[in-house]
Design a protein around this ligand. Structure first.
Ligand code: GLY
Ligand code: MN
Ligand code: MN
Length: 461
């Protein structure tokens, strides 16, 4: 199926599921955000609902629907000044081929809404179309007597999020290309990082390799943490130099056609993991492999997370860092002193893709569960990350109330000796299938022997 057929298929499936007998729907792509003090804009990210249903990613554009006439696509075409400053804009034939719909200029959207005056109107995608209608060449919506129906919008949007969970073949093709570009970038970092290189230098090399291998952009701000910085979950690279004995944590993903990959590897600054680095890396790796193996249809993601927590707790008991029965330690959130985040999340048009929690399920207040971003039974076609980690995070471990509460559960002397350790995370992107899970990022190894073989290449030059 070519991609415009896939997009048309999505639209008809969604429209059937909406079961609307009246009303109108706008799905807006969003307006570019200006950068203060320049006459440029932040990089534009089309709203995923628009991109999913329209198959294109143009700014200031709207996909409209009503149950009588179906879908219509309105796109902002460049004005005279835009053509001078930013170019002639997209080729209409290319847009129509990608969307599988005729493209109409955005100026016609006002007339489309005028013809539906007084109807309930649901706004999906970027809600800025209601707040900044002029950006879409619309008058204020109340002047069109549009009756905004937020409950209807929430119902329809929820339906789109649910439909977006299982990826279709066109989406999976983009995700495989993103995974391949990520593989290339991480592999280059593994093969070339040496003491003396900066986090920024590593980021630049890794991202350049993403782009050389087909990335359209990075899926999120690349995280490169060396030494203690590896313990900061979303660390932005600095000029800190990689030192002998450090661990390096790189969480970075390429994006292709709007689809994210999300990959983390942790490796030693030298050719080998040393001492406790090796033990903790092996533990995270075993926990990750077990969770991947268990990512099968019908399995609750929350249970995968809790089992990973228990395995981490058991491993930390074996290493003399925690004390007690693993199940009790997890019940008390003691594992979260070292593994505070969730096991992973849905992945797709967003790095943390929509629909991660079933309707009616909301994140727990528990410290060990509050950052779990997926809470649903897995189904074939879902793509999720599996990304356990173990960190030495001063903000958590230096907190007097926590030290008191977990006085007996933790060997604090051992933990304090790990100060500056940083963190370990291993993250892969998993396609749930009817059978064994498929690791989209499997071509990038993570076992100790392979990581050390790649690291030794960096020192053989
Ligand atoms: N890269 C962000 C995350 O792993 O969720
Ligand atoms: Mn990540
Ligand atoms: Mn992730």
């Amino acid at each position: 199926m070519d991609s415009s057929a896939a997009v048309a298929e999505r639209r008809s499936r969604i429209a059937r599921g909406w079961t609307l007998d009246r009303g109108a729907v706008l799905v807006a792509s969003g307006l570019p955000l200006p950068i203060a003090g320049t006459d440029q804009f932040h990089e534009f990210h089309a709203h995923p609902e628009f991109r999913y249903l329209a198959g294109i990613a143009e700014p200031a554009s709207v996909l409209a629907f009503d149950p009588a006439e179906g879908w219509a696509l309105f796109v902002a075409l460049p004005a005279f000044e835009d053509r001078i400053w930013t170019g002639d804009g997209p080729d209409i034939d290319r847009l129509e081929a990608a969307a599988g719909l005729p493209v109409q200029p955005i100026e016609r959207l006002a007339g489309w809404l005028e013809a539906r005056r007084g109807e309930p109107l649901a706004i999906l995608g970027n809600r800025d179309v209601a707040d900044r209608p002029a950006g879409y060449r619309l008058p204020p919506l109340d002047r069109l007597e549009a009756v905004l129906d937020d409950d209807l919008a929430a119902r329809l949007s929820w339906h789109v999020s649910e439909a977006r969970r299982a990826k279709d073949p066109a989406e999976l093709a983009a995700m495989r290309r993103a995974a391949e570009a990520s593989r290339a970038g991480h592999l280059l970092a593994l093969r070339t990082a040496r003491p003396g290189m900066t986090e920024r230098g590593l980021q630049v090399e890794l991202e350049a390799e993403f782009f050389r291998h087909g990335a359209h952009r990075t899926a999120y701000g690349s995280i490169v943490g060396t030494g203690p910085n590896g313990a900061i979950l979303h660390f932005s690279p600095t000029r800190r130099e990689l030192r002998e004995g450090d661990l390096v944590l790189i969480d970075a993903g390429a994006e292709v056609d709007g689809y994210a990959s999300d990959v983390t590897r942790t490796f030693p600054a030298g050719p080998r993991f040393e001492g406790i680095q090796r033990d903790l890396y092996q533990l995270v790796h075993v926990v990750q492999r077990a969770a991947i193996e268990e990512a099968r249809p019908g399995v609750e993601y929350r249970d995968l997370h809790l089992r990973a927590c228990e395995r981490i707790a058991a491993g930390l008991v074996d290493l003399g860092i925690l004390r007690g029965a693993p199940a009790d330690l997890v019940e008390a959130d003691a594992h979260a002193l070292f593994f505070p985040h969730g096991l992973g999340h849905l992945l797709g048009l967003a790095t943390h893709d929509a629909g991660g929690c079933l309707q009616g399920r909301s994140p727990s207040d528990r410290f060990g569960l509050k950052w779990l971003r997926a809470d649903l039974p897995l189904q074939p076609g879902y793509v999720v990350t599996i990304e356990p980690g173990i960190y030495v995070i001063p903000a958590i471990l230096d907190d007097p109330a926590r030290r008191e509460r977990y006085h007996d559960a933790v060997d604090w002397e051992r933990v304090d000796a790990l100060r500056g350790f940083g963190g370990i995370r291993i993250e892969d992107d998993i396609l749930v299938t009817e059978g064994a899970p498929e690791v989209l990022t499997a071509a990038l190894p993570s076992d100790i022997a392979s990581i050390e073989a790649l690291r030794s290449e960096a020192f053989a030059r």
